[in-house]
Design a protein around this ligand. Structure first.
Ligand code: ZN
Ligand code: ZN
Length: 367
């Protein structure tokens, strides 16, 4: 397991490579990953130079005690009414008169906050857009993080098994979605990692369907996409179930998606390209004449956030690395007819992957 200090050291090394003197970390998920702080207002200032006196953490008065409990001694803690101007002030004395290149997260800092910061910074501090640096480090999980994601996936599996035991036919999609959420919470989840998707019949052709107040009929397919948030980490899984005797077309699409899922999952390993793994599933689906019905990427990273790097898609430039956690989730969506998606969550290893989602993938009937 890596300590917050080791994480900040690795970030410092990354800054040095980018010729940045410091990075202002404002995205709270990144702040938590770096410092351990779980409050709703805080920022971290990390320097490239390890010899620099101390990393700075700023929060407001409400989190005085919490920050003292959660942060280790590698961080100098300060309390301020407005933390962004306070960060600017902290930089004012840094580095005599040489230019300080201060990175900021251009993907999360608002235009307003950028303005506040720019107006307060000393003349020798140059703001440099540097989004995604913490995210790049976060993409590779340490053993402690993998344990948390494993536990979240296990909890989500157990919750869905319990919900399926109460049946699907005749219940509304909303009722099943709510049941999944409540069952996960009762089992100890902090939250669902996203609002569960329960989509039956024609509605399953919408990849991000919102559960309806419509009873699930017999003899159709139901796609369920759900995940748990546990101890700060997310899980993500999709299974598609039959609710009775199926139209042969639906069964055929199910078998196609399953073959694409299993084949592309088998292609996941360290060194494989995100585009290359996506192509494995896409070729199978395209060869069966459904290429245009698979309109999203094959998968995404999962960790502190349910959607993070790396991406597995036609536009991905990622190369998979050991310790990354990715989903493999091909789908076929025939508008107005039917949709099937099957998704697993897997840890990338040197020679393959470890699948964290354990529910069966052979087509099951749940009445
Ligand atoms: Zn999902
Ligand atoms: Zn997903």
């Amino acid at each position: 397991m890596s300590t917050p200090t080791q994480r900040a050291d690795r970030l410092g090394d990354l800054l040095a490579k980018r010729d940045l003197h410091a990075l202002l970390v404002t995205n709270l998920v990144n702040v938590r990953w770096l410092t351990g702080f779980t409050g709703s207002n805080g920022l971290a200032l990390v320097y490239a130079d390890r010899a620099h006196p101390q990393r700075l953490f700023l929060t407001d008065f409400r989190y005085l005690t919490q920050a003292a409990e959660q942060l280790d001694d590698g961080w100098r803690r300060e309390i301020a009414v407005e933390i962004l101007p306070a960060a600017a002030a902290a930089l004012a004395g840094a580095g005599d008169d040489r230019t300080i290149r201060l990175g900021f997260d251009d993907a999360s800092l608002s235009v307003k906050d950028h303005g506040t910061l720019a107006a307060r910074l000393a003349n020798n501090v140059e703001l440099v857009a540097a989004g995604g640096l913490v995210e790049r480090l976060r993409a590779v999980k340490d053993a402690g993080e993998l344990d948390k994601i494993r536990a979240a996936a296990k909890l989500a599996d157990a919750a869905l098994t319990e919900v399926l035991g109460r049946g699907l036919v005749g219940r509304t999609e909303r009722d099943v979605a709510l049941d999944i959420e409540v069952t996960m919470r009762k089992a100890g989840a902090e939250a669902a990692s996203f609002p569960p998707i329960v989509a039956s019949g024609e509605h399953s052709a919408l990849p991000h369907a919102v559960p309806r107040d419509v009873a699930i009929p017999a003899g159709t397919l139901v796609t369920i996409d759900w995940g748990a948030q546990l101890d700060g980490y997310a899980s993500d899984c999709t299974r598609t179930y039959a609710t009775g005797e199926l139209d042969p077309r639906d069964r055929e699409i199910y078998e196609l998606v399953l073959r694409a899922q299993e084949t592309s999952l088998a292609a996941v390993r360290a060194g494989a390209g995100g585009r290359e793994v996506d192509a494995v599933a896409r070729e199978i689906i395209t060869a069966a004449g459904h290429g245009e019905h698979f309109g999203h990427g094959l998968g995404h990273g999962v960790g502190a956030e349910v959607h993070e790097g790396p991406r597995l898609s036609q536009r991905s430039d990622s190369t998979l690395a050991t310790g990354q956690v990715v989903t493999v989730e091909p789908g076929v969506y025939v508008p107005g007819a039917v949709g099937v998606r099957i998704e697993d969550l897997a840890v990338v290893t040197d020679d393959g992957c470890e699948v964290l989602t354990g529910l069966p993938k052979q087509l099951q009937t749940i009445a």
